[in-house]
Ligand binder design. Sequence first.
Ligand code: ADP
Ligand code: MG
Length: 494
Amino acid sequence: MATCGSLCCDGDFDKDGVSTTRTIQSCLPLPLPVEILEDIVPKAKDFAILHGAGMRYRTNYDPDSLQLAPFFLLPSAFPRREFERVVKLQSIVNILMHRIAHDYQFLKDALEKTIKVDDFTRRLWDIYTTVREEGVSQLISLGMFRCDYFYSVPSQIAQQVEINTIASSFGALAARISVMHRYVLGELRKPELLGHLPENDALAGLCGGMIAAWDAYGCPKAVILFVVEDVTYNICDQRFHEYEIRRQRPDIHVIRRNLTQISQRGCLTSDKRLIIDGDEIAVVYFRAGYEPGQYHSEAEWEARLTVERSKAIKSPSIHYHLAGTKKVQQEIARPGVLNKFLSDSEAKLVSQLFTGLYTLDMSPEGDQAVQMAMENPERFVLKPQREGGGNNVYGQEIRTVLEKIKDSQEREAYILMDRIRPPIQQNYLIRAHEPVKLVEVVSELGIFGTILGTAKDIQFSKFAGHMLRTKLSSVNEGGVAAGLGALDSVFLFD
Ligand code: ADP
Ligand code: MG
């Protein structure tokens, strides 16, 4: 059984004194005997696919079939103390993000330089200022956040990787995988371990947020709009959100449209109601719109502006989206900032979630960060203002990139962050059409939170479930869709 502390962690330190290879025990002694593995893998695959843990094929896309989503056979160990700590703090983190998003001056100061060099963030900013100048027609925002954490070996606490304020995904599939792991441990005749698996109501929690927003809009005929990609590979995760809304509230209808369709078929009434194909929209849930490639032309930007101008309650509204940029997250971590938005005791607790974040502005402070990163690139991650994985820069490549941009304002499009060193454990990776593999992995915990309210009046701020994504310890990023990471669930240990 996994335990934490010196008994089970074997510490290895590389030359810079950065702990890199501490390992923790998996929930069961591994490898499993071959005959047990041969029995359990098909059972787990069947359970996963029969419960909808699937995705559409990326190559040879086929609307008539699904492929098993990649997942790990066993739940991965995560320290209970840190899991409980971040769960408890989520409602405060929601409020922090809500207040930041409503502080125009803070966003302006934080993003002023970024928007000069990052076109995508500037376009979002332009929408924000346009709507602000016209007068915001919907004061209520719905936050459906996901805060991602690694447990850090050197500091022995969970540290925040980022806060997602748009398209926080995998709430549905994460909850399915939690249930699958219960089944797997049962089939392995280890029912005594079930107490280590926390319940996961992410899907119900997130959909509960949308339903509360729909109620707040107050129009029984209005529908919820999911803004989706042109092709949705993560279809199960999205569809389960629709089905859960219908389960909780049979009277609420969901429609799905991409930004191009909204540009062609959406309009505003004179009193700013958003109408799409004859339906009035009460709530807009963005599962797309977070990356430049999703805006093919001016038409999609117009669509985003139309939505933003409308009375519909948006998740996220444009200021929430901006509050979720990497640059704002770096500015939030500056000493003293949290105290502007939270009580002293709350600020202290939240500050403990952050690792080092550094500006790369053209300033002495930025120069110092550049120098630090050039000297020790392995200790940092260089991040542009992008979401969705695969955009960050690691290791020696940080040097190469900084070498090119260090003397130009281009560097202001990035932030620098301490690299977090999570513990390594073993688990079995299961991917469609591939043999099961015992691999060394690290796990990233996502904590969902929902919040609804206006600048002054918050109706609720809640923890809304969790998810675990696990990736090979040898890769920098492990996007599930990209095939380097896989779905997992949490095995808590003391
Ligand atoms: P995105 O918005 O693209 O998801 P993230 O900041 O979450 O950007 O980074 C993507 C991935 O990169 C994370 O899921 C994590 O695996 C890795 N990563 C990001 N920041 C760090 C960090 N400070 N230390 C270690 N790994 C990181
Ligand atoms: Mg991320």
